[in-house]
Design a protein around this ligand. Structure first.
Ligand SMILES: Cc1ncc(C[n+]2csc(CCOP(=O)(O)OP(=O)(O)O)c2C)c(N)n1
Ligand SMILES: [Mg+2]
Length: 331
């Protein structure tokens, strides 16, 4: 029986593979559905980056927390949120977690340990530090994993959050999804550090750069950082070098040359894990086909169900906003 690193079992690796495959098919589907007018919410697609969210969230405890970036779709599924819940959010349905108030990528699911910041990039980083301080006070060894992009690491929020987290030894793991671009700006032209992980040095915390296309490398580094945080030793900055295969979002033109796009697909997270599992005799073509079939069915059924989901009652628009319901706006 093959031995896998970090005490992972064959079952764990198959689950990770399925999550990455799910992300890939989700990305392809929502890109198509948005362009066909079936999805009203602009999706931020993580194709190429799937191993980062899966590797950093897999193995967290139920009481831990995650704060995804705009693009960390995989964090939601790894924590057990269903795509149906997300599609309800995209449609603004009454059945979505906030009754139609949020977009799916700014939705918190507290029962599955998912918090959110705001629509401003990097705004989630100080929020994660605040949550980490609360977790530290609780004293149960719970941690929070916070995701953001290379562009986000240029904002002041990032710098003040890392400073505070380090001073207070907050149990937080900062995960930079470095896909080399912020919108259309290449990181090489706007981010001074070659490796974002080097910025950890300024804040007296460990900084580590890993291959974000290899889910096991991400998992191993994330688990090490989580362990450190649980033991009260404070935060870590983990930079995962990755690739975004599609433009920033479907309404933005692709500006990157075809040869660059071609090259990035040579190190594909699905292929890297899939090849390994096939070499170990753990993943047959039949298993892949049945996963593909299940995933396609779940995506299509969920979209159809969400398309027919109930829209919220206008009178409910102020629910959860004010302690006392207001009539001041005529509702
Ligand atoms: C403060 C702020 N400026 C600009 C935007 C618009 N915006 C949304 S995502 C994004 C790019 C973010 O780049 P990066 O942090 O590298 O994340 P990626 O999209 O590459 O995952 C921009 C400019 C925003 N949401 N907030
Ligand atoms: Mg980026």
């Amino acid at each position: 029986m093959a031995k896998f690193p970090y005490g992972l079992t064959a079952d764990d690796l198959l689950k990770m593979y399925r999550l990455i495959l799910f992300g890939r098919r989700y990305g392809e589907s929502v890109d198509r559905w948005y362009k066909a007018g079936r999805l009203p919410q602009l999706p931020y697609i993580s194709m190429g980056q799937e191993a980062v969210g899966v590797g950093a969230c897999y193995g967290l405890r139920a009481d831990d927390w995650v704060l995804p970036s705009l693009r960390t779709n995989e964090a939601y599924w790894t924590r057990g949120v269903t795509v149906l819940e997300q599609f309800h959010g995209m449609m603004g349905n009454a059945h979505s977690i906030t009754g139609g108030r949020e977009t799916s990528n700014h939705a918190a699911y507290p029962d599955r340990g998912i918090l959110v910041g705001t629509g401003l990039i990097a705004s989630q980083i100080p929020v994660a530090v605040g949550a980490a301080i609360a977790l530290k006070r609780k004293g149960k060894g719970d941690v929070i994993v916070c995701f953001f992009g290379d562009g986000g690491s240029n904002r002041g929020d990032f710098h003040e959050a890392l400073n505070l987290a380090s001073m207070l030894k907050a149990p937080v793991v900062f995960v930079c999804e470095n896909n080399g671009y912020g919108f259309t700006a290449p990181a090489s032209e706007v981010v001074t550090a070659k490796d974002v992980a080097d910025r950890a040095m300024s804040y007296a915390m460990p900084g580590k750069t890993v291959d974000g296309q290899d889910v096991l490398a991400v998992y191993g580094a994330a688990q090490e950082a989580v362990k450190r945080a649980r033991q009260g030793e404070g935060p870590t900055l983990l930079e995962c070098k990755t690739h975004r295969y599609l433009p920033h979002c479907p309404s933005v033109e692709e500006e990157r040359p075809p040869e660059v796009l071609h090259k990035m697909r040579q190190r594909d997270p699905l292929v890297i894990l899939g090849d390994r599992l096939q070499r170990e005799g753990l993943l047959s073509q039949a298993t892949i086909q049945s996963m593909e079939q299940e995933i396609r069915q779940e995506l299509e059924d969920s979209l159809e169900q969400a398309e027919h989901g109930p829209i919220p009652e206008p009178a409910e628009v102020f629910h959860n906003l004010y302690c006392e319901p207001t009539t001041a706006m005529g509702l």
